[in-house]
Design a protein around this ligand. Sequence first.
Ligand code: ADP
Ligand code: MG
Length: 377
Amino acid sequence: MHDGITLVNVSKRFTGADEPAVRDVHLSVEPGEIVALLGPSGCGKTTTLRLIAGFERPDEGHVIIAGNQVAGPHGFISPDKRGVGMVFQDYALFPHLTVSDNIAFGIGRLPRQEKRERIDELLELTGLGALAERFPHQLSGGQQQRVAMARALGPKPHVLLLDEPFSNLDTEMRLAMRIEVRDLLKSLGTTAILVTHDQQEAMTVADRMAVMLHGRVEQIDVPEIVYHYPATRAVANFVGQGTFVPATIAGAIAESDLGRFELEEQGAQVHVDLLIRPRDVSLEVDPDGIAVIVSRTFHGAETTYVIQLPCGVQLQSNQPSYVSISPGARVRVRCNRVRLAAYDADSRVALTAPPRLGPMSLGTPVALDGIDAAARS
Ligand code: ADP
Ligand code: MG
């Protein structure tokens, strides 16, 4: 059984809306994989989940779950027959039912003994054994979330869809539940899509993350690649912090205030912007340095500096906080990265690497400073 999810060319526009909520989405989730759908509010995440679950019909394209086309030119399968489990932000538990009975509701029809065993198994799995006879209002947020998970997993769905499941929890509980939910899904080998607007959450829970902007999936890849090698400027802007530092191209060399880099593939551009993340550079106080510290903000573990570069750009950089450099000091800025992402006017990626490393091919998401897809499993 192939418990994956595939969306091909899926579009959805609501009646009366000017713009489609979901545009030409291609998305493929492997069996047992957790994919996070990350994007700002209103970008179409919930609509995408509802299209997969069958609460909405696509205008175009098709949806395949576990090898069966559930929506598309060959018909439409109703939500209850898709083998899809859902966990919502508000958990949607039945307030008048105990934990056990909430879970029993999810399982549906089964012979009495089998059902009892399944409930016990789910209580055990989610660590709710001692709370089986409590009602939802007698549970903490994290415990309610476990009940919602157990109820959704009860019928052994092909896939589990989670829509902002952690947003009602306080910070500490949220961090703990991310790990707990990931471990649970991994131990069961459940295929899952987690919708979130929180990038940290996407990065900690998911095997791969899909960045959705204005109804489109702009990039889908392991979090390390999305963060360090965003497919477009828009993804670079949405995910993480960073500064674009201009570079001028001459032949195969990109010249910038952070030094010279070699283009991995030559294009026609004369100008690119290098994406510099806060930890991508180190600073060294040097009276002959070309950069000047504008401001310093201490955060505890790290200190954030804003650095004026001669090109006019103010670079933001996080440094270990045990070193402190005063505003006004001249510094030398060194790039720590072996590879960088850069963008031309059309938002296309042009990779750069320092001289001596030799060319690497454009668009091959292999090792990035030693990070590669295989490192995450
Ligand atoms: P997200 O979950 O990413 O915040 P949604 O998928 O809920 O975004 O919404 C995407 C867009 O579609 C928004 O502009 C929203 O207002 C619109 N939308 C969502 N549901 C409906 C609906 N039932 N009718 C009309 N417009 C809708
Ligand atoms: Mg939503």
